[in-house]
Ligand binder design. Structure first.
Ligand code: GP9
Ligand code: MN
Length: 638
């Protein structure tokens, strides 16, 4: 094929035609590269990323122009050039205003766009006209250039098809290359800025359309009957919360503090003879501390833990519900508490688009979202992922002091995030000395976080808020992955088998406040249980029946924690990857012993998925009405 191409290139007419194609594509590529590299701020971190950014427009250009030619020859090509240019320009405008990229669910969010409408004159710039000069050049090249002995440029359908087909390998190369920087880029889909950086803004739109199509299809085929199995299951498994704890914190503020990548193994543990969390170790004596509490997140990481906290529904096995199902109807904690007079807010000093939080928090009913732009983020006060925790904490406390009470406020720390790096003067202990650099540094960032926590809790105790507030602190997920098993084994001085790896998924949970007795609890639970536990402390009757968690203080709770990949821990066993272990001793036992646990895990996860994929909470009122009527008629019959 290549030799055929070479002979064709010798024909002057073909050569000129080829050059026109190349020139039209090149000017579009130049413009797109300028927009992606010069107008969007995508934080290009190294030469590899810069090269990916330069390469990623190519596949979309081949596809766009190929389809244009297929549909309408030369006119089609120019038509697609104009459409592509307009799409880029809309993104430029949207980005200027929101620092974000348009998605289909966002198009449906009239408020966002209305907000943009009011400020449209502010975001238009006179120099934007330069972003369209190339359109005229393209039109000239396509329609008015009459090279010698070459009347006009007439693209053939076959050429359109070839261009469109070439787009496929170009995209695959792009994706493979991008995955050298970020694994599972499309599956994890955590941030639009990252996606655009790696696959380009036009491919991002194509990806968004596919994602939306899948979501819509599942939703469209769902109906209210599908809610019934979940309601029956939850009804059957229902346990009453601990009545002694009901309302002990009635009317109080709630601060939920999510500690980044904080695992239970650091609690009461040392490195080089120094405690890793000296402050937390003492603090936990002041409240209810749960030592068998697990994170239950999957690809959605922090956002999955937030999803469970606020909905008591499981995150998804693939992708992040925050990203894929932000358009669902939810009846989440902020909304339920809002009906009881609470104001709600969430604080996290990262980009507001990360994990699609700016969109999802609205769906969950948060009144306020304080993100990076609301903090005094300067270079001196930042490192690694951004704003250092100590400053995040102090700014946040100031904000809370001004809030309308009672409030429900979630804070999410950032510094103790992979790759666990710190400025020299924030390293309060020596690095560890295991074979993993990551783990060695993790000890230092954990220690730093503990110091920041100390400053926060001590200031909070001195503030007027303290008496009227309960504080719930939990770890969002693991920081040290399975890849560092060997080093973990060196540190903990034991062999890290499947059981130990499972037990390492425990994260600390501590609840402090008047009425919460200081005590260590060993009940087996997870993030799914946070909402019912908090609601019971507040004495709020949560009318949403679709919750998979149970009150952690309940005396007859089920002692069961299900991980997103179908593993579980219950009172007796730990079931993981078809193996079964005695939970206390860690000895492997007959697989049969775990069969009921695995079965329940599978059933429960499938039911939770059916709710999220089918957007079934939108039928909640309808189903409840039917149930009410059934109840009434059965009472009348009696
Ligand atoms: C980013 C922070 C970290 O905003 O939540 O995300 P993670 O990678 O931990 O999910
Ligand atoms: Mn996290």
């Amino acid at each position: 094929m290549f030799s055929k191409f070479k002979t064709k290139m010798k024909e002057p007419a073909f050569k000129k035609k080829f050059m026109i194609y190349a020139a039209v594509m090149a000017i579009f590529w130049l413009k797109m590269s300028f927009i992606q590299g010069g107008i969007f701020t995508l934080n290009i971190e190294n030469a590899n990323e810069a090269a990916i950014l330069a390469f990623n427009p190519l596949s979309s250009i081949f596809l766009l122009f190929g389809v244009g030619i297929l549909l309408g020859g030369r006119r089609g090509l120019l038509g697609m050039y104009i459409i592509g240019s307009l799409l880029l320009y809309v993104n430029v405008l949207f980005y200027r205003e929101y620092h974000d990229f348009l998605t289909i669910p966002m198009l449906g969010q009239a408020a966002n766009l209305a907000g943009m409408g009011s400020s449209i004159t502010d975001i238009l710039s006179g120099t934007d006209i330069f972003l369209f000069i190339d359109v005229f050049i393209a039109a000239f090249l396509l329609f008015y250039l009459k090279p010698m002995r070459f009347k006009s440029f007439i693209p053939k359908r076959k050429e359109g098809l070839i261009l469109a087909v070439i787009a496929v390998p170009l995209f695959l190369v792009n994706l493979g290359w991008a995955q050298t920087e970020r694994t599972e880029l499309l599956e994890r889909a955590f941030d639009r800025n990252l996606l655009v950086k790696y696959i380009g803004v036009l491919n991002f739109h194509a990806y968004d359309i596919v994602l939306q199509g899948q979501t819509e299809a599942k939703k469209t085929f769902a109906d209210s009957n599908e809610l019934v199995p979940a309601l029956n299951y939850l009804n059957e498994k229902k346990t009453e919360p601990n009545s002694d704890m009901t309302g002990v914190a009635e009317g109080k503020n709630v601060i939920v503090l999510s500690l980044e990548s904080t695992q239970t193994f650091v609690v009461d543990n040392k490195v080089n003879g120094k405690e890793l969390t000296p402050y937390f170790n003492d603090l936990k004596e002041e409240g209810a501390y749960f030592s068998n509490f697990y994170h239950q997140v999957k690809q959605g990481r922090t956002s999955d833990s937030e999803f469970m906290l606020d909905n008591s529904l499981y995150g998804l096995n693939r992708g992040a519900a925050f990203f894929t199902h932000s358009g669902n109807e939810y009846e989440a904690t902020p909304e339920v508490l809002g009906e009881k007079g609470y104001t709600s807010s969430t604080m996290h000093a990262n980009d507001e688009t990360f994990w699609n939080r700016n969109v999802m928090y609205e769906s969950l009913g948060y009144d306020e979202y304080y993100s990076k732009k609301d903090y005094d983020v300067t270079e001196e006060k930042s490192f690694g992922w951004g704003y250092l925790d100590e400053y995040f904490f102090s700014d946040s406390l100031d904000k809370m002091k001004e809030m309308d009470q009672p409030f429900y406020n979630k804070m999410i720390t950032l510094t103790n995030h992979h790759p666990f790096t710190l400025p020299e003067d924030k390293k309060f202990i020596e690095e560890g000395n295991t074979s993993s650099e990551t783990l060695n540094r993790y000890f230092q960032t954990i220690r730093y976080q503990d110091e920041a926590l100390k400053q926060f809790v001590e200031d909070f105790k001195k503030s007027d808020l303290y008496d009227d507030t309960i504080l719930v602190i939990y770890g969002d997920h693991f920081g040290i992955s399975e890849n560092h098993q060997q080093a973990m084994g060196e540190y903990l001085d034991k062999d890290i088998n499947a059981y130990e790896q499972f037990q390492l998924q425990r994260v600390p949970l501590l609840m402090i406040g008047e009425g919460i007795e200081p005590q260590e609890h060993d009940t087996v639970g997870g993030q799914i249980d946070l909402r019912p536990t908090i609601m019971n402390l507040l004495g709020v009757k949560d009318e949403n029946p679709v919750q998979f968690g149970q009150d952690l203080f309940s005396k007859d709770r089920r002692e069961m924690m299900i991980t997103r990949d179908g593993g579980f821990a219950n009172e007796e066993y730990v079931g993981v990857n078809e193996s079964c272990f005695d939970r206390e001793s860690g000895e492997e036992v007959e697989a049969d012993a775990c069969a009921p646990g695995f079965k329940q895990a599978e059933e429960e996860l499938a039911l939770s998925d059916s709710i999220v994929y089918g957007d079934l909470l939108r039928y909640l009122d309808e189903t409840e009405m039917i149930e009410e009527k059934e109840k009434e008629s059965s009472q009348q019959n009696e």
